[in-house]
Ligand binder design. Structure first.
Ligand code: AR6
Length: 180
C-alpha cells in the first residue's frame, strides 16, 4: 500500500525490517538499550556486534522512553539504526499515546538530521510491550503523516509489518485518514 503525501511517500509492506534497503531502520529497543527479542534481537543478530559496541560507547546511560538514538547499521543494508524506545502498555492512561508519538517523531527527526531520504519502522511497542495493535497503528500513522506534511521529508517512510494481522491494522489506520 502506497500513499502520496506531497513530495513524500508512505508505504506499508509485510516483511522483515532487517532486510530493508533504506537509509535508516528503526529498532524497537528498551530503555537500557540492552538488546532483547523481536525486532531488537533480529537487528543485532543480522547487523553483527558493532551495533551493540557503538550503542554501549555512545549511550551508556540508555535512552528514555519516548526518545531515540542513532548508530551505524553494521552488516545490515541500511546506513543507520535508530534505536527507539516505545512505551510499555499499562492501559493507556499513563502517557503511552504521547510516548509512542514522541518515539516516532524522534526517529523522523533523526532521519532529517542525518539526511536520510528513506526510513523504515516496525510496529513499535505492539509486540512484547503489549500496545494494542489498532491503537499503535493509528498513532504511528497519524504521527508520521503530521510530521511529513509539515516537514516535507523524509521522502519515504515505510512501515514494515511482520504478519498479515499487523499489516491489516496499519492498512485500516491509513484508510481512516486517507479515504479511498
Ligand atoms: N521485522 C519487522 N517486524 C518484526 C520483526 C522483524 N524482523 N520481528 C518482530 N516484529 P517487538 P516492542 C514485529 O516485541 O513491542 C524487545 O525485547 C512484532 O511482531 O519487537 O516495542 C526489546 O528489547 C511486533 O508487531 O517490540 C524491548 O525490550 C513489532 O515488530 C521490547 O522487545 C514490535 O514487536 C520492545 O517491545
Amino acid at each position: 500500500m502506497i500513499v502520496k503525501l506531497g513530495p513524500c511517500r508512505l508505504e506499508l509492506i509485510q516483511g522483515d525490517i532487517t532486510q530493508q534497503h533504506v537509509d535508516a531502520i528503526v529498532n524497537a529497543a528498551n530503555s537500557a538499550l540492552a538488546g532483547g527479542g523481536g525486532v531488537d534481537g533480529a537487528i543485532h543478530d543480522s547487523g553483527g556486534p558493532s551495533i551493540m559496541k557503538e550503542t554501549r560507547e555512545k549511550y551508556p546511560e540508555g535512552c528514555a522512553t519516548g526518545n531515540a538514538v542513532a548508530t551505524a547499521a553494521g552488516d545490515l543494508p541500511a546506513k543507520f539504526v535508530f534505536h527507539a524506545v516505545g512505551p510499555i502498555w499499562k492501559g493507556g492512561r499513563q502517557g503511552e499515546p504521547e510516548q509512542l508519538a514522541m518515539a516516532c517523531r524522534a526517529c523522523l527527526q533523526l532521519a532529517v538530521k542525518h539526511n536520510c531520504a528513506s526510513v523504515a519502522f516496525p510496529a513499535l511497542s505492539a509486540g512484547a510491550y503489549g500496545y494494542p495493535i489498532d491503537l499503535a497503528a493509528a498513532n504511528l500513522i497519524k504521527t508520521t503523516m503530521d510530521f511529513v506534511r509539515w516537514h516535507q521529508k523524509p521522502a519515504l517512510v515505510r512501515f514494515v509489518l511482520f504478519d498479515q494481522g499487523t499489516f491489516g491494522a496499519f492498512a485500516r489506520a491509513v484508510e481512516e485518514v486517507v479515504p479511498r
